[in-house]
Design a protein around this ligand. Structure first.
Ligand SMILES: [Zn+2]
Length: 185
């Protein structure tokens, strides 16, 4: 979607506005909450006020700002979060656009030791019980079934295929069609 369209829709489940790059911690906690939610993705726009007014970021040194933002993401997220940072111009002002998506092999992310979950445009920390529940639903090693192939769409109740690796027996998730089995929800 066009950036202007995203801004016009306002903050929500997958969109967070931050008026300044100095609000980095809050922004990354919000990003953590968005990728941990079921939609598994989020976008943070730096240079937009919470009510959607485009104020632009401090244009001093956007290169080093992007570098330090990248560094904070790489150091703060566990496991490592794939992300993209872009600099865009909207209404003649500079915006820094940070977007990320949780691969389905990752049940949830922690930022600075905390697992956030977004609800609407707010966030809270996941409880221990919720983390367990998420692992059962999303983590293939914990998921009890049923399973669905991402290629042919076949559903199976149980996975019985195992392979021998140097670390011992391991479940395999390969379907005979060449696809992979993932938790069916
Ligand atoms: Zn298949």
């Amino acid at each position: 979607m066009e950036l202007a369209g995203i801004i016009a829709q306002g903050e929500g489940q997958t969109t967070e506005f931050k008026k300044s790059l100095s609000l980095r911690r809050e922004a990354l906690e919000a990003l953590c909450g968005m990728v941990n939610a079921d939609c598994a993705k989020g976008i943070v726009l730096f240079g937009v006020e919470p009510d959607g007014v485009v104020c632009g970021v401090e244009s001093g040194n956007l290169d080093s700002a992007q570098r330090s933002l990248s560094q904070a993401i790489n150091q703060g997220f566990e496991p490592r979060l794939p992300f993209e940072i872009q600099v865009k111009v909207v209404e003649d002002r500079w915006l820094v656009v940070l977007s990320a998506e949780r691969p389905r092999s990752v049940p949830y992310y922690e930022y600075d030791g905390r697992a956030w979950i977004r609800q609407g445009s707010g966030k809270r920390q996941l409880t221990l019980a919720e983390k367990d529940q998420i692992r059962r639903v999303r983590d293939r090693a914990f998921h009890p079934g049923p399973w669905k192939c991402d290629r042919c769409g076949i559903c199976v109740g149980q996975l019985i295929s195992v392979t021998m690796t140097k670390d011992g027996m391991r479940k395999t998730y390969d379907c005979s069609c060449g696809g992979e089995f993932w938790p069916s929800t």
